[in-house]
Structure formats: structure tokens, C-alpha cells
Write a protein that binds this ligand. Structure first.
Ligand SMILES: *Cc1c(COP(=O)(O)O)cnc(C)c1O
Length: 373
């Protein structure tokens, strides 16, 4: 029997999202228990102890609050932004989907950066838009001059992750200001700050920088990384104005954020001290890892996040297998031109030591291979 049912070609042709290997799958494949999961930029210290206390109060039989009132009020107070400009998502990834759905039509154009975050391409394409990916410089910095020129094409959305996933650097305040000045009034600027908390006091605060810009914009932040709530799925969008926020809200499902996620996020915000201390430990480990990676002779751009992007000068799939055989999950990069890069999350110190040992072994193998040629 053959049907004539047709899929939406925009969806059927989407590239797959490159998700990190799941721990249970890695255990199964390797037969090891001691898996170091360093592929998904999670917080190795978990989350604030406030969260489990708050979760005891959950009522599973009740629908969650569709407007996430308590969480929006808490964020409104923290950020000094009216609650009606904040939309909470089932992870900030849902907000990427909702923003795309709210702003794009078939044949709209979207500008983003390569290497970049997969969903900044996938969600616009699912909505029929054409995505232009502007490259970073050869030494993997943001090409501010190039982006300023590319913005003259007046894309419907400009998606920019700063700090960059997967590369790591953050735009300096000056660079962000140049870009803000160049965003045309026809464009919605979506600044994805998933790693904002790792940036330190020197990094620009997109919410503050954009507040007086007069642009249509959305800043995305998440509880998945610094706050350690990746499994509960909660992130948010801060919109330039109520009209943009209302459109994003209309473009999501009504009960998108479950009750546990809402309770947990409020509890996490009440214990920022915990978050800051976890971030400080991760940042110290990141710097230690970066020094050792460089000492081995590998290139890794400066990172303002909780991960490193490393050119292992060798097929990333083979490198992935090497690390997995040591019980370490990393993310092999697949974007054209970057197939020799892996992205590794900063884990606990002992996990990072294992990663560095396995990287040294990879290096020794590569040098031997070269000597033998
Ligand atoms: C992790 C990440 C997100 C998505 O996070 P959620 O878990 O969906 O909140 C969004 N953007 C970037 C750049 C990320 O790295």
C-alpha cells in the first residue's frame, strides 16, 4: 500500500540536532560505570540544595501556571524588567522555536554565525526561512566588521550566541555596541546568553546594553547551565517590548513549563550564592584545562563559558571514540570546516584530569603516527 501523504519539506530536510551521548547509552557501549559526561555543558556540581526542598511541595495532579507568575515576578525583580516583557520557556530552546514561529514567514531570511548553535538554524528552517551563516574569523573570534556588513541585508532575525556555543568567546562591550548600532530596524535581534553567568563582571550584559537601543530584540537566558537545572527544562526570553513578548507567548504551547520546573527555578534564584560559587569553581577548572590543552600543542580559543572548543587536528568522530573508550563523553563537532574540533564541558576536577590524560594519550598516538610516516 502506498500513501500520497506528504511531509512538510522544510521539516523533512532539517539537519539533525547534534545532541551529546546519553550516559546510559555510554555505559552500555563501553561496559564501564565511571562515565564522565562532558558533552552537554551541564553543571557538574548539580544545583542548589534549595531546589530539592522546593520540589517536595509539588502537586502533580494540578496543571502548572501557564503564565509562570511567580517565576516571572522573581526574574522581573532581579533584572529590573517588567514581568510582561518576560516569557518562560521549556528550556530556552523552546523560546528559539517560539521566536522563530512568531517572527518568520516562508522565505524570510535569518542571519547567524558559524560555527554556531544548531537550533539557530534548525528552528528558522522549520518555519521555511532561509538561513545565512556568517563565519567567525580564522582564529575563531567574532567578525564584528563582517557581521555589521552582513546585517545590511536586513534579515528578519539575527541569532547570535555570545558567549558563543560552541566556540567560547564573548563579544566585548565595544563589539556588542557596534553590532547593536548596525541592526536594522526591520530585524529582530535575538541575543542568546545561555552562558552569561560564566562571563564574569567584565563581559557585557546584553539586557542592559539593549535596554536603550530602540531595537526589537530578545535576550535568551537559561537555568540549564549555571543554575544546574538542565533536566527540568526552564529558560526565558526577555523581550524589547510587550508586543514582542505577547507574540512569543502566543507561539508557545500554553502549559509549556511544568510545575516542578517553575518551583525549582524560583528556588534556584533564591540561592544565587550557590550558583556563583559553582561558577567560580568551573571557571578556575576551565582555565586550568585551557593551559594544559595549549601545553599539549592543541588550539582552543579563549572561552568565557563552561566548555572548551578544541582542534584535535584529527577527525572528531575518531577522537570521540578514543575518549569514549576511556569512559568520557565529549561532543564531536560536525559543521563543515570544523570536523576536527571537539567540544568538552568542564566537569569535576577528577573528570577533567581524566580528560586531560586521555588527550595527552591522543597526542602521543598522533605524534607516533607522524613519526612512523
Ligand atoms: C544550552 C543552550 C541553549 C538551550 O538551553 P535550554 O536547556 O533549552 O535552556 C540555548 N542556547 C545555547 C547557545 C545553548 O548553549
Amino acid at each position: 500500500m502506498s500513501t500520497t501523504f506528504k511531509l512538510n519539506p522544510n521539516v523533512a530536510s532539517l539537519p539533525p540536532y547534534n545532541a551529546g551521548m546519553n550516559i546510559a547509552v555510554a555505559r552500555n557501549k563501553t561496559g564501564r560505570d565511571d562515565i564522565a559526561a562532558l558533552a552537554s555543558n551541564e553543571n557538574p556540581y548539580g544545583c542548589s540544595p534549595n531546589v530539592s526542598k522546593a520540589l517536595a511541595g509539588i502537586e502533580p495532579s494540578r496543571y502548572s501556571d501557564p503564565s509562570c507568575t511567580s517565576l516571572r515576578d522573581a526574574l522581573s525583580g532581579k533584572l529590573d524588567i517588567p514581568a510582561n516583557r518576560i516569557v518562560i520557556g521549556n528550556g530556552s530552546e523552546e523560546m528559539i522555536a517560539a521566536v522563530s514561529r512568531a517572527a518568520l514567514r516562508p522565505f524570510s531570511t535569518v542571519l547567524t554565525v558559524t560555527p554556531g548553535f544548531g537550533l539557530h538554524e534548525i528552528e528558522p528552517r522549520a518555519n521555511g526561512a532561509k538561513v545565512v551563516k556568517y563565519p567567525m574569523t580564522a582564529d575563531l573570534r567574532f567578525d564584528v566588521v563582517g557581521l555589521v556588513a552582513a546585517l545590511r541585508t536586513k534579515p528578519s532575525i539575527f541569532f547570535l550566541s555570545s558567549p558563543s556555543n560552541p566556540v567560547g568567546p564573548a563579544l566585548a562591550t565595544e563589539g556588542l555596541r557596534h553590532i547593536i548600532e548596525a541592526v536594522p530596524k526591520e530585524t529582530l535581534f535575538v541575543l542568546d546568553e545561555a552562558y552569561f553567568e560564566f562571563c564574569g563582571a567584565d563581559g557585557p550584559d546584553g539586557v542592559r546594553e539593549l535596554e536603550t537601543s530602540g531595537l526589537a530584540y530578545v535576550v535568551l537566558r537559561t537555568f540549564s547551565k549555571a543554575y544546574g537545572l538542565a533536566g527540568l527544562r526552564v529558560g526565558y526570553a526577555i523581550a524589547s517590548d510587550e508586543r514582542v513578548a505577547a507574540a512569543i507567548s502566543s507561539a508557545k504551547t500554553p502549559f509549556n513549563v511544568n510545575a516542578a520546573a517553575q518551583l525549582a527555578a524560583v528556588a534556584a534564584l533564591e540561592d544565587e550564592e550557590w550558583m556563583r560559587s559553582a561558577v567560580a569553581k568551573v571557571v578556575a577548572e576551565r582555565e586550568r584545562m585551557a593551559r594544559q590543552v595549549k601545553a599539549l600543542g592543541y588550539f582552543a580559543p579563549e572561552s568565557m563559558t563552561n566548555f572548551l572548543f578544541i582542534d584535535v587536528s584529527h577527525d572528531s568522530g575518531a577522537a570521540f571514540d578514543h575518549f569514549l573508550s576511556h569512559g568520557i563523553i565529549v561532543k564531536p563537532w560536525k559543521e563543515p570546516g570544523f570536523e576536527t574540533y571537539i567540544r568538552v564541558t568542564v566537569g569535576l576536577p577528577a573528570e577533567n584530569d581524566r580528560f586531560l590524560d586521555a588527550l595527552a594519550e591522543l597526542k602521543a598516538g598522533q605524534s607516533q603516527g607522524q613519526a612512523g610516516r
